[in-house]
Design a protein around this ligand. Structure first.
Ligand code: M6R
Length: 613
């Protein structure tokens, strides 16, 4: 995980690096650090905690104003070693010449550490990263290799995934960046160079971007740069792309937390995602045009993703199977990448990712590409790795999602999957024009989101009643089973309360053993064909004294009688009901976490984008 930003150019690097770190903080926020080469010396500042603490530290130390040399910076999500100041990046080698930031994991750090210790090299931190910088220092300090050769020699000996940027005070005019597995991007502008884990810290400075490919190095010397492979010092073509993309500035508006703001934005983000793509009885997904002939012929579709995006995938399965009658297999990307999945060059693999940088999802795409499948990305971030590595794709148009708990991206993902299912159905004559027209008429239904948001105070009151519960069950059927999973995940992530989602009837096969008078059970109950069945499931819990919270579009008395608390959402269609129930569950989780005084935007142990395996 972790975010990297680096700068080499005539300006003071600190403001550029700190602004970049704020933009990258979604990748991890255990600790942060910055190193700058100034007057032949390396100056390192690190802080445990958030970037703001680092920024304050730099200001207090009077460093912020001034650095004329290159600088590197990092925000960390701990993998090896506790999240403390010593383990924070940048790390130095023993001689103090070399300084490095790293994203990824050095898998063979143990034998290398043993070797370096046998050469009397002492370690200060518990990190795998320090092993790499010490190895570079070991080669450099022997005196036979220059800086670039030393970096190359060290990288050729490490296994695992990495993106790094390195400086050397003995060669202050050189900055080296390299990647294997983890993404790294170079921005160029006259005599200025920017490096980032993604374009977010760079794009406001330059639109000229070089996406480093796997196993490539960028060596920036004075006002020039070259791209080579890690293995050989042979210059490769510089593939500079002009990226016409603006990143919004962070602004919480009237809200205390981004998550809250993002929940409220959903009426717009769903509309933006659909606008221009659903017209009367036609669906336009232009990003798929080039491959549509093959996609519509697929006799099986695979969907792969992680976390919330995987829940969206389950909804996608239900919708594609229901409308287009094409079997869909949904698999966690972390499993897909290693399982013997039966994909070949007739397969269509849909990868869903908000960030577009999730390591497992990228590995799954890589595998699908290697098997010759057509890969389709559903992603929120233009220019991200998912959007680049897939053959074709569709963007959710949510704008920046800052809160670690995904909210608006989820409802946009399921909207795209709805459109895709309907387009497939239309292409395969599996749906009538009239039915298509009615499914594509979102206008009235989207407005109903407003009615749900107006119920915020009511949802808040109910949430606060349950904030001290230790365990929750979330239960739904059909399309609402993934919504139950998503509701449970939201609660776990931000409130640290244990919660599980189940198909409502499956609860009898085990989870019911947990039910007692203290346990809240959240039932998602649309008035559809499983309505009567789900009432029986509620009765089963009720008779074991479990607390019942119901989200429904039905005004039936029987539900009021069964429920300890009931949240009524407006009548709509099956699909829109999922959106409405999701928003209720997002607010429910939000108010429980806020009621417990937790930072809902940056929950403990999590990061917005999971860029390690
Ligand atoms: O960026 P991605 O959609 O690929 O991220 C996948 C998961 O890491 C993500 O959905 C995670 O589960 C969220 N924190 C959920 O709120």
């Amino acid at each position: 995980m972790c975010g990297i930003v680096a700068y080499k150019g005539p300006k003071n690097c600190y403001p550029i690096l700190i602004d970049g770190l704020h933009r990258l903080e979604y990748r991890g926020y255990d600790s942060a650090g910055v190193a700058c080469l100034n007057d032949g010396k390396i100056s390192i500042t690190k802080r445990r905690g958030k970037v703001i603490q680092l920024e304050q530290g730099l200001k207090t130390d009077g460093k912020f104003q001034n650095c004329d040399g290159p600088g590197i910076a990092h925000t960390r999500w701990a993998t090896h070693g506790k999240p403390n100041q010593i383990n924070a990046h940048p790390h130095k080698d023993q001689s103090g010449n070399i300084v490095l930031v790293h994203n990824g994991i050095i898998e063979n750090y143990n034998p290398i550490k043993k070797f370096l210790k046998s050469k009397k090299i002492k370690f200060k931190s518990e990190t795998d990263t320090e092993v790499l910088v010490q190895l570079i220092g070991y080669f450099f300090n022997k005196g036979k290799l220059n800086f670039e050769q030393s970096v190359r020699a060290a990288l050729q000996r490490v296994d695992g995934a990495y993106a790094i940027v390195v400086l050397n005070k003995k060669e202050p005019d050189v900055m080296i960046a390299a990647r294997k597995g983890s993404p790294l991007v170079l921005g160029v502008k006259d005599n200025e160079f920017f490096v980032g884990s993604d374009i977010s810290p760079i794009i406001k400075h330059t639109q000229q971007i070089v996406y480093l490919e796997d196993s490539q190095m960028a060596i920036i010397k004075d006002d020039e740069y070259k791209i080579t492979s890690i293995d050989k010092d042979v210059s490769l073509p510089k593939k500079v792309e002009k990226i016409d993309f603006k990143i919004d500035d962070y602004d919480k508006g009237k809200f205390k937390y981004f998550m809250h703001k993002e929940i409220h934005e959903q009426i717009d983000t769903i509309s933006n995602t659909i606008t221009g793509r659903a017209k009367k009885d036609r669906v336009y997904l232009n990003g798929l045009l080039e491959y549509w002939a093959q996609i519509k012929e697929a006799d099986k579709i695979f969907i792969t993703a992680c976390g919330t995006s995987w829940h969206a995938g389950l909804i996608g399965k239900n919708l594609i199977e229901r409308f287009a009658k094409i079997p869909v297999h949904v698999e966690y990307a972390s499993e897909f990448r290693y399982n013997k999945t039966l994909i070949d060059n007739n397969s269509v693999v849909i990868a869903i990712s908000q960030s577009g940088e999730t390591a497992d999802t990228l590995a799954a795409i890589k595998k699908a590409n290697e098997h010759g499948a057509i890969t389709v990305g559903i992603c929120n971030v233009p220019g991200s790795s998912v959007s680049r590595e897939t053959n074709c794709g569709i963007f959710t148009r949510c704008g920046h999602e800052v809160g670690v708990a995904s909210t608006k991206a989820f409802t946009a993902q399921i909207s795209i999957l709805y459109l895709l299912a309907l387009k497939l159905a239309a292409s395969n004559d599996a749906i009538s024009k009239a039915s298509l027209r009615s499914h594509l008429d979102f206008s009235e239904n989207i407005k109903k989101i407003k009615n749900v948001l107006k119920k915020e105070n009511e949802i808040k009151k109910i949430a606060l009643k349950y904030k001290n519960a230790n365990d929750f069950l979330y239960l739904g059927r059909g399309l609402n089973f993934p919504i139950a999973l998503e509701g449970a995940l939201k609660l776990k992530e931000i409130s640290y309360i244990h919660a599980e989602g189940y198909p409502a009837a499956e609860m009898k096969h085990g989870p019911i053993a947990l039910v007692d008078k203290n346990m809240p059970n959240v039932f998602i109950v649309p008035k559809d064909k499983t309505y009567d069945k789900i009432i029986s499931n509620i009765e089963e819990i009720k008779s074991r004294k479990g607390k019942i919270i119901i989200i429904t579009d039905s005004k039936d008395k029987i539900l009021r009688d069964l429920a300890n608390d009931l949240i009524l959402v407006p009548k709509t269609n099956h699909f829109m009901f999922c959106h409405l129930a999701t928003i209720v569950l997002q607010l429910f989780a939000y108010y429980i976490a806020v009621g417990k005084n937790l930072n809902v935007d940056q929950p403990r142990n999590l990061a917005k984008s999971v860029t390690v395996e």
